[in-house]
Design a binder for this molecule. Structure first.
Ligand code: GUN
Length: 281
């Protein structure tokens, strides 16, 4: 049977390490504060925001919550961000996505000061990742690198295939695997012969957004399979983009859903907040 990569345990370990670092920073008189902005009350976003605030409390990071009405204007939101950019006591600014349709998401992201962009979504953060310079890295792909490293999985020299090319997961994932000296292919919905391309992978990262799409026909025997997807199936049970029961028996390591990639996103957000405070001191 494969190694089951335990994202819950690894994220708990990272959060405990961060808790110690935060305590040490506090000893130096440095306090940490994350501003979390939610516009409207999309139930899924409320759950995510609640979990982020809980993680802050656990680690010792203060969180400031801005719960804005659905009909908040773009100008009001931009003005709030500009005010938070100026505040010395705030290390990180997070605007929960998606935003209501009347607000330009790209403009909102570009308005966040890159030194407080703990989501790693600002074009400057993406650019520094691309050219290998210091900057915030998008949390889910950064978490996947931690899962691999902390599970003893070597990336250098491996064939890595990322299925999905979103700005938040697929593209930064490819750049991070490249930074770790993987040989990287990015596949997507228009890729010809996707099964054959995916089957080349020693490390297969799946972020397609389609429940159980990836069966063993896409997976080389002995591959490491990382599943970014999260869906509810017909029985209201959580499942990923990978057909776990079909794929697990033939791979060397796999992330479950839930309990794989999911918990890592918040752990890496917390890591970015701590880095932000440590860098700007
Ligand atoms: N919505 C879904 N995932 C994320 C995330 O990682 N950050 C933000 N800000 N919004 C999201």
């Amino acid at each position: 049977m494969p190694q089951i990569i335990d994202g819950k345990a690894i994220s708990a370990q990272i959060k405990d390490e961060l808790k110690e670092r935060v305590a040490a920073l506090k000893q130096e008189g440095i306090s940490l504060c994350l501003a979390v902005i939610q516009v409207g009350n999309d139930p899924a976003s409320s759950v995510y925001v609640g979990n982020k605030k809980k993680a802050c409390a656990y680690i010792g990071i203060e969180s400031l919550s801005y719960e804005l009405e659905e009909n908040t204007t773009q100008e009001e939101l931009l003005n709030l961000i500009k005010e938070l950019n100026k505040r010395q006591d705030i290390n990180g600014i997070l605007v929960q996505l998606p935003l209501p349709g009347h607000i330009d998401e790209d403009l909102v992201i570009r308005t966040i000061d890159p030194s407080k962009d703990v989501d790693g979504f600002h074009p400057q953060s993406v650019g520094t990742l691309c050219i290998g310079q210091k900057g915030f890295v998008s949390c889910t792909p950064a978490g996947i690198i931690q899962l691999l490293k902390r599970s003893g999985i070597e990336i250098a020299g491996k064939e890595c295939v990322v299925i999905g090319r979103s700005n938040i997961v697929g593209k930064p994932m490819a750049l991070l695997l490249l930074r770790e000296n993987g040989t990287v292919t990015v596949a997507h919905s228009k890729t010809a012969n996707l099964k054959e391309v995916a089957k080349r992978a020693d490390i297969l990262v799946v972020a397609v957004g389609k429940p159980k799409m990836i069966t063993r026909e896409y997976v080389k025997e002995g591959a490491v399979v990382i599943d970014v997807g999260i869906h509810r199936n017909e029985n209201n049970k959580l499942c990923g983009d990978v057909d776990y029961d079909d794929v697990a028996p033939i791979c060397s390591a796999i992330t479950p859903v839930p309990g794989g990639v999911g918990p890592m996103t918040i752990a890496m957000l917390m890591n970015n907040c701590v880095e932000s405070a440590a860098l700007n001191r």
